[in-house]
Design a protein around this ligand. Structure first.
Ligand SMILES: [Fe+2]
Ligand SMILES: [Fe+2]
Length: 260
């Protein structure tokens, strides 16, 4: 189903906040989350995209807590994807009830396509043959607009995250579909480590964790702010309660938050 969406109160510019890995549960950082909500609302985004792992274990109490908490985001549109943690303990059943799943969102000069990569009780992700074919078709229908795809798992390995066994299992096929389909921007979560790669004209932006204590290689909770204006996309990393960074500064900044 295609849903129409037009940004309100802004002409020619769309602001997207990309947050991920809230992890309601034992490692959830309430203070970081509360501060993040305040900051993000003050940025007045048109759209907030949450790329999965809203809960730690897929438990109903955790998913319910996340569902109630994200209502505090004042953005006109909220897109929520599932992560591998949400699908533990048969969490896929309450998750669908609590958050639904919007596959395509049409915006002002762009389309956002969400992929489902989480599978019940498995940590590794997969787009799968049928969803891959569907993605190929949807991308080929659209020309002359910016194409954004969001998924929980990461497509390429990320530095400072240790041995990587958890990219999607069909990463090569999906990468080919995205590149050939002219995707401009891919949004991922899962690794709790912000990072950005550019490959064949596609920007791959990974969000860190918004509110989990489990962080890798960059020791602060964070989210990404993406401004789309004309043909330009300005992408920045925002530390919760801290500075705004260019992704090029990440290597320097990765140790700045130790001990805070
Ligand atoms: Fe996570
Ligand atoms: Fe994950």
């Amino acid at each position: 189903m295609i849903e129409q969406w037009r940004p309100v109160g802004r002409i020619g510019m769309t602001r997207i906040v990309h947050a991920s890995d809230l992890h309601f549960g034992p490692q959830f950082q309430r203070d970081a989350f509360d501060l993040a909500v305040e900051e993000i609302n003050s940025l007045d985004p048109d759209l907030v995209v949450i790329t999965g792992d809203l809960s730690e274990d897929g438990l109903i109490s955790q998913l319910r807590g996340a569902r109630d908490a994200i209502k505090r985001f004042s953005a006109e549109e909220l897109v929520v994807l599932s992560g591998n943690h949400d699908y533990r303990s048969t969490g896929y059943l309450p998750f669908k009830r609590f958050f639904g799943f919007r596959r395509i969102l049409e915006g002002d000069g762009f389309v956002l396509i969400s992929l489902s990569t989480a599978r019940p009780d498995r940590d590794e992700g997969e787009v799968g043959y049928r969803q891959g074919l569907w993605l190929e078709r949807e991308l080929s229908k659209r020309r002359g607009i910016r194409k954004i795809v969001a998924m929980h798992h990461h497509l390429l390995p990320i530095p400072d995250t240790g041995p990587d066994r958890l990219t999607i299992i069909d990463a090569g096929d999906v990468l080919q579909t995205l590149i050939e389909g002219g995707v401009d921007l891919l949004l991922c979560g899962h690794r709790h480590r912000p990072w950005r790669w550019s490959i064949e004209g596609m920007e791959i932006v990974h969000a860190g964790s918004l509110s989990s204590a489990r962080l890798r290689g960059f020791f602060a909770n964070s989210y990404n702010v993406i401004d789309l204006k004309g043909g330009e996309a300005r992408i920045r990393l925002k530390v919760v309660g801290g500075e705004e960074l260019d992704f090029k500064e990440l290597k320097r900044a990765r140790v700045d938050y130790l001990g805070i």
